[in-house]
Design a protein around this ligand. Sequence first.
Ligand code: GLU
Length: 452
Amino acid sequence: MFTHGKKVVTRMAPSPTGHLHVGTARTALYNYLYAKNKGGDFIVRCEDTDKERSTAAFEEEIIAGLTWLGMSWDAYYRQSERSEVYRPYLEQAIADGAAYRSKEDSTREPGTEIEVVRLKNPNKTITFEDEIRGEVTMDTTDLGDFVIARAIDDPLFHFVNVVDDHEMGVTHIIRGEDHIPNTPRQILIQEALGFERPTYAHLPLLLAPDRSKLSKRHGPVSLTQYAEKGYMPGAITNYLALLGWNPGTDQEVFTLDELVSEFDIAGVQKGGAIFDIEKLRWMNREHMSRLSDDEFRIMVTDRMPDTQKALPQYTGARLEKLAPIIRERVSVAYDIAQEAEKGEYDFAFAAPKPPAEMLMWKKDEHVRDPLPRLQKVAEILSTIPDACTADDAKNALWNYAEEIGKGEVLWPLRVALSGRERSPDPFTLIHILGSAESYKRVQSACDTILSA
Ligand code: GLU
């Protein structure tokens, strides 16, 4: 539009008055992707002029969140440190007759008189071209001569927002569609100050699956909550990028760098984008599957609850062998602790004590029936090396299982090793436990049967 040949500059302008919402993170991401795709600058501007509601803790949370997501910025500003920038513009607007001082009763402290600054509204229709929504036209008459500063040294949100975008060379304003009603006001201020109009792109809102506005009652909405659950930053940026943007191909899994090269504002939809936690979990699983075995093992070690670490056979080596099983079962790091707490992985770290009845295959009639089979299995186990693969275990046991009946042999073996109705297959269990521990467990199952 007016930006031909100019370096693209986008900005994220958060107010540090609350937790970093996933929607705000998406706005930041789109600004980042757009700028980096065009070889431009992405800046962060902390809009902390509301002194009562802004806090340093929220500002830190925003910075930490964006950093965690892998974004970096070319400049960082804080509006509270820029008051000397705004005053000359306000004085200029007054001198030009585009704004005027007005003595009024304070609404905050009734009975006191203050001198606010109001914009002289030319009462006209504003039309702007939105990159996502097309032409938007709004009549500004109803806005009246709105207040742009509470005092000459206390400019309000719209005024500082416009001045900063101009001062910082912002070429593209990409923000949520809840800001559309602000745009005509801001354009009036731009025109009053003689600024060039930037390009606007208003993003569709994030919706809950019931199509209402996404809020806390639908689940976690702050980025920190997702980080704490162990979502991977790359999965979040990937998911947020696709929440309202269609890459135009079948590709769904992108790294941040790939997003930078593919992002195009033309692929952003107008309609609300539904935030679907199941899709996010799927995305996280995709990103987790790209972790190396070492990286995944670190994640698993990190997430294992202390109750598991206290079990008698807990060792790093055992955990390492269990890790591939865990990887198959979880979508988010948080699931690891959840599954562990349900006892899903106890078999790896403590010898189970399954009752004799549980060792019976469905065709068995007496608790003693599995005994000779388990004794034979123990004999076979004593012939294979302790550090064996699942295939080694299978090769050693398979002929016997085929001869006697797979259920008859493998069911009691699996229960003897895991103590559970459901578990990984017995060969995998032998690999995880080693043949020596497996032998001990089978022997112990035999003892249970003998004393039943
Ligand atoms: N500070 C405003 C907010 O957090 C954003 C303003 C803008 O993006 O223009 O809602």
